[in-house]
Design a protein around this ligand. Structure first.
Ligand code: NAD
Ligand code: MG
Length: 475
């Protein structure tokens, strides 16, 4: 029997979206020199607001404001910087509902996720790094570690506010000032964060937000006044940025793509594993760099596990992201939908078997049904390339050694999951998996205390935890 759910829409009225937004430079909202662009709600294709575009002169102004603010901000005692960060964290909690709604409208992710995962983690990140601000001398980076200066930060659209928090909280705690560029399809929560900086009384110029397309990001990372570059996004752009800063003095951290293996052994608790597989690849529509996009299942349990997975997927509710019962929301943009569609078509053309549960997709907006491919070979594009969508590729293995070999057979190395009852097997696997994070009997679990980052083409540097401080200190 299937339970039907009555509509449970979250209210849009908790957020007031302005018709247009400026850049946030030196504590004030200002016009941009480039051509303003629109950001849409991907679930309806409705225009939400017009947003200013920063050109090179605007980027230059923002870097100059950050440079000036650095003199006083870096000279403050850590206890004083901590007060601002604690204040920001508390305002985020107070405005949590508004931020969650704004994130869901601009990004397309289910309100259940922005409300219960994204925004709480954003506040937690600021609380966590506020706690470090006056303890940097005890962090293991020398007795008096110094900040780097002005940080240029470029972030993607999949976790707009969370990626902002991962970048801004440690930078400010360590005494740096920042210029951040949000993704062009999801600028609204970063601009709400600019308001929060004003509300918290943060000194002008400590945080600057410049909106615009890739060209704005390119101008920012290339600016000679920048001391540190932090980027999260695609491996292709990451490579370009690495080339831009090569040979210079800028410190760089790159958080790029992934193609994680989620490995289920025959002794795994199956129902729990099914939940973990679903969370691993259908959380945030699969727009997750550490998504468990390759399911590696022990051959003897393949049929049983896939039957349970299909039953579970038939109960996923795909649709209106503002409905509190929705599990899978909208694809973030037409461009991303086109990329997913292209790779899925390649999967079929290469001979894998495609399956989706029956689901009615809304007529307007960008949608893709949860999809599972079986009969996948390691050489298929859907097994090698990051789909960055709700698409799971299923492969099998016979021995733990074969599972390790297949899991590591990727240019990426961001995360992995292991499902088994045996603690010794978890440790044996974790030792051999070339992935920055290995989850055991869980997946996509985040905590500000835990460092996050990749091997190989997934990038370099760590964000989160004590390790995350190192990226913003002169050590
Ligand atoms: P992208 O790398 O193009 O964009 C990420 C950010 O970089 C955006 O703010 C963008 O404006 C900016 N940017 C683009 N070109 C730039 C340049 N030359 N210099 C500086 N900044 C630049 O990513 P995308 O197009 O949004 O997504 C494409 C793919 O990236 C996805 O399919 C996925 O594989 C990957 N991705 C990974 C993550 C992650 O968390 N690791 C997040 C989003 C996307
Ligand atoms: Mg948008």
């Amino acid at each position: 029997m299937r339970f039907e759910y009555a509509p449970a829409p979250e209210s849009r009225d908790v957020v007031e979206i302005q018709p247009s937004y400026g850049l946030f430079i030196d504590g004030r909202f200002t016009d941009g020199g480039g051509t303003a662009f629109k950001t849409v709600n991907p679930a309806t294709e409705e225009t939400l607001a017009e947003v200013a575009c920063a050109d090179e002169a605007d980027v230059d102004r923002a870097v100059a404001a950050a440079r000036k603010a650095f003199e006083t901000w870096s000279a403050l005692p850590g206890t004083e910087r901590a007060k601002y960060l604690f204040r920001i964290a508390r305002i985020i909690q107070e405005r949590a509902r508004e931020l969650a709604v704004l994130e869901t409208l601009d990004n397309g992710k289910p309100i259940r996720e922005s409300r219960d995962v994204d925004v709480p983690l954003v506040a937690a990140h600021f609380f966590y790094y506020a706690g470090w601000a006056d303890k940097l001398a005890y962090a293991g980076f020398g007795p008096a570690p110094r900040p780097l200066g002005v940080a240029a930060q470029v972030i993607p659209w999949n976790f707009p506010l969370m990626m902002l928090a991962w970048k801004i909280a440690p930078a400010l705690a360590c005494g740096n000032t920042v210029v951040l560029k949000p993704a062009e399809t999801t600028p609204l929560t970063a601009l709400a964060f600019a308001e929060i900086c004003v509300q918290a009384g943060l000194p002008a110029g400590v945080v600057n937000i410049v909106t615009g397309p890739g060209a704005t990001g390119a101008a920012l990372v290339a600016h000679p006044g920048v001391d540190k570059v932090a980027f999260t996004g695609s491996t292709g752009v990451g490579r370009q940025i690495a080339r831009t800063v090569a040979g210079g003095r800028k410190k760089v951290t790159l958080e790029l793509g992934g193609k994680a293996a989620n490995i289920v052994f025959e002794d795994a608790p199956l129902d729990q594993a099914v939940e973990g597989i679903v969370n691993g690849i259908f959380f945030n529509q699969g727009h997750v760099c550490c998504a468990g996009s390759r399911l590696l299942v022990a051959e003897p349990i393949q049929d049983e596990l896939l039957a349970a997975l299909r039953r579970r997927l038939a109960t996923l509710r795909v649709g209106d992201p503002m409905d509190k019962n929705t599990d899978v929301g909208a694809i973030n943009s037409a461009a991303q939908l086109a990329r997913i569609t292209e790779l899925v078509e390649a999967g079929e053309a290469e001979g894998a078997t495609r399956w989706s549960p029956a689901c009615d997709l809304p007529e307007r907006g960008y949608w893709f049904a949860p999809t599972v491919f079986t009969g996948v070979a390691q050489s298929h594009r859907i097994a090698c390339e990051e789909v960055f969508g709700p698409v799971l590729s299923v492969l099998t293995f016979r021995t733990p050694a074969e599972a390790v070999e297949k899991a590591n057979n990727t240019p990426y190395g961001l995360s992995a999951g292991v499902w088994t009852e045996k603690g010794s097997r978890i440790l044996w696997m974790a030792d051999r998996l070339r992935a920055g994070v290995v989850w055991a009997n869980t997946f996509n679990r985040f905590d500000p205390v835990s460092p996050f980052g990749g091997y190989k083409e997934s990038g370099y540097g760590r964000e989160g935890g004590r390790h995350g401080l190192e990226a913003y200190l002169d050590v």
